[in-house]
Design a protein around this ligand. Structure first.
Ligand SMILES: Nc1ncnc2c1ncn2[C@@H]1O[C@H](COP(=O)(O)OP(=O)(O)OP(=O)(O)O)[C@@H](O)[C@H]1O
Length: 257
């Protein structure tokens, strides 16, 4: 399905990163990153394995501390935020993990209830049920409510993982390799879901992927991490309009040139 054009508000970054550096021992992974995520946009982050994409989203969600630079998320400076503020902020950020991170011993219903029961303690049983049913409907899997994760396909598990994140109405979504390990048709369905989530929940998202079809279908902007910095940022066409040997193989491999 073709992506609907969005009007991202460029005066209003929900994430603003300047001069971010992060090293492990003597290996410098992020070497002065500048990046904005604007309200309402899908931003795809591309880069080779080991370039620091996961490190970046762990810093954004407060799981890792930066060595230097400024990281502002929904108005909070990640370096100086208190533990209580960080807990509250994390609820506003949905993290869709590569492995979907479902609890295998719980039904789909229980998996979806879990974040609500933990984070919205004042909800009634009726409100919990309504929320679970609404979010399952949003990902098109109402019929799976009483199934166990082991009974679902990879694509269905991915959808339930996204639903479990959406149930807390996050303002920012972080997708880590959303199409990894899925067949091409299921990949297209997940790409469509990411775009539907953007429209329906008005989220601003960072999508980490190696899958250029996913990048093209979901990304309003693409940022490519090269040698520790975002050296190419723009539309899909702009990023790949280059003979740079660090960039071209991505395109050629994905589109079989
Ligand atoms: N907690 C850590 N301690 C030490 N080194 C780390 C730690 N986390 C990440 N690294 C290193 O930082 C580098 C970047 O890792 P990262 O997981 O961000 O890569 P990536 O771009 O997400 O790769 P992939 O596409 O393979 O997932 C790697 O060399 C990794 O070994």
């Amino acid at each position: 399905m073709k992506k609907a054009a969005i009007q991202a508000d460029h005066s209003n970054p929900v994430i603003s990163i300047r001069g971010l550096k992060k090293a492990f021992q003597d290996y410098s992974v992020l070497r002065g990153i500048d990046l904005d995520l604007y309200q309402g946009e899908n931003l795809v982050v591309l880069g080779r394995s080991g370039t620091g994409k996961s490190v970046l989203i762990k810093i954004i969600s407060g799981l890792l501390k930066p060595d230097a630079g400024q990281v502002e998320v929904l108005g909070y400076n990640i370096a100086t935020i208190s533990e209580d503020e960080l807990q509250a902020l994390r609820i506003r950020i949905g993290f869709s993990f590569q492995n979907s991170a479902l609890y295998d011993s719980m039904t789909v219903r229980k998996n979806l209830e879990f974040p609500l029961v933990r984070n919205r303690r004042n909800l009634t049983r009726g409100e919990i049920n309504t929320n679970v049913e609404a979010v399952l409907d949003a990902v098109g899997l109402s019929q799976t409510i009483n199934q166990m994760p082991s009974e679902l396909s990879g694509g269905q598990r991915k959808r339930i993982g996204i639903a479990r994140t959406l149930i807390l109405n996050p303002e920012i979504m972080l997708y880590d390799e959303p199409t990894a390990g899925l067949d091409p048709i299921t990949c297209i369905e997940i790409n469509d879901l990411i775009n539907e989530v953007q429209q329906r929940y008005n989220t601003s998202s960072i999508i980490i992927t190696h899958d250029l079809t996913c990048a093209k279908q979901t990304g309003d902007r693409i940022a490519m991490l090269l040698d520790g910095q975002f050296q190419r940022t723009g539309t899909f066409e702009e990023v790949f309009a280059t003979e740079d040997e660090r960039v071209k193989p991505f395109y050629d491999y994905n589109f079989i040139k």
